[in-house]
Ligand binder design. Structure first.
Ligand code: FES
Length: 104
């Protein structure tokens, strides 16, 4: 059984399904999704440039870490709401529930 002090719950929702994973705290969200075979576009390779890895955080947005400089720039350019984040720029510090706009 995973140590709950070192892991967090990640709930991933699409229009057709919901998946729950237990993942290591402090993991990069995009890396976790890719490692678990969850299809998410990431055209720029995780540098916070392309915005193809955009997700919506439905619960636990405070556990995705602050926006990085590249994400702040993209969020301003594209008028992201508070809950729209770039998976490649998020570090998981607690349990979150995310929605993938592009599907699993
Ligand atoms: S992979 Fe390009 S912004 Fe995240």
């Amino acid at each position: 059984m995973p140590d709950s002090t070192k892991t967090v719950e990640l709930t991933i929702e699409t229009v057709t399904e919901i998946k729950k994973l237990r993942v290591t705290r402090s993991s990069n969200l995009l890396e976790v999704l890719i490692a678990n075979d969850i299809s998410i576009p990431h055209s720029c390779g995780g540098y916070g440039i392309c915005t193809t890895c955009r997700i919506i955080c439905k619960e636990g947005a405070e556990f995705l870490g602050p926006r990085t400089e590249p994400e702040l720039e993209r969020a301003e350019e594209r008028h992201f709401s508070e809950v729209e984040r770039l998976a490649c720029q998020c570090e998981l510090s607690g349990s979150v529930h995310i929605l993938l706009p592009s599907g699993l």
